[in-house]
Design a protein around this ligand. Structure first.
Ligand SMILES: C[S@@+](CC[C@H](N)C(=O)[O-])C[C@H]1O[C@@H](n2cnc3c(N)ncnc32)[C@H](O)[C@@H]1O
Length: 217
């Protein structure tokens, strides 16, 4: 039995991306433009295999109502929107007009603008303004790390039974074992809370910087 994930070399990463669903021309242009325009922040963008997984999960759960917390230049929202059926709706939350102006251009280019609504402002307030009933099929959390517990508390009651919350950066480059800063400590504490939350079934995957999948019971 293999008990450990393989060490991820650059070559093996390229292999797994190209043998999954690699970025198409539009997603690759978004990756390239993000690096060129925002070199200091480009590492915030989700990895290509995470984008493929988000499209896959969106289709798998038959998602029609989705929320994203943390949009940046639009890689994850593009992936989710592409998995939505006609009439599906993705509401995105971010605080940055600058970052999300890039996202808007790529949504337009991919023909998914009509499925997406972007709300600019602190996500905690925006989430509180959502309908209180359990109507969400999918949620993706990928914003400021200290905010994760609040986003979790606002989202879990709004997920329909069988709905899925996907959370990024839950391994913090391995530093959850020995937190070195406020964000590491926030995620380590958040992971402990999620693990004991009886409202969800949880699996943590070593994809990119770590992804938690939580299914509402
Ligand atoms: C890791 S990036 C998101 C990456 C994005 N999911 C992607 O695929 O490219 C985090 C984003 O969260 C946003 N953010 C930070 N604090 C926030 C807050 N309090 N409310 C909403 N968004 C916030 C940042 O502006 C940034 O765009």
């Amino acid at each position: 039995m293999t008990t450990k994930p393989l060490p991820m070399t650059e070559e093996l990463h390229t292999y797994l991306v190209t043998h999954g669903s690699p970025p198409d021309e539009i997603a690759q242009a978004l990756i390239d433009e993000t690096v060129a325009l925002l070199p200091a922040n480009a590492q915030m963008q989700i990895a290509p295999e995470q984008a493929a997984l988000l499209t896959f999960l969106t289709r798998l759960v038959g998602a029609r109502q989705v929320v994203e917390v943390g949009t940046f230049t639009g890689m994850s929202s593009l992936a989710i929107a592409r998995g939505l059926p006609a009439g599906g709706r993705l509401v995105c939350f971010d605080i940055s007009e600058e970052f999300t102006s890039v996202a808007r251009r790529y949504w337009e280019r991919a023909g998914v603008t009509d499925r997406i609504e972007l709300r600019i402002g602190p996500a905690a307030e925006s989430l509180r303004a959502l309908p209180a009933e359990p109507y969400l099929d999918l949620a993706f959390i990928d914003a400021d790390k200290v905010g994760y517990p609040v986003y979790w508390d606002e989202l879990v009651p709004r997920m329909r039974p069988g709905g899925l919350i996907v959370v990024d950066n839950v391994l913090r480059g391995g530093r959850v074992l020995a937190p070195q800063n406020e964000d590491d400590r926030a995620i380590a504490a958040f992971n402990d809370v999620v693990r004991t939350d009886e409202r969800v079934d949880v699996v943590m995957l070593p994809v990119a910087d770590g992804l938690t999948l939580a299914r509402r019971r």
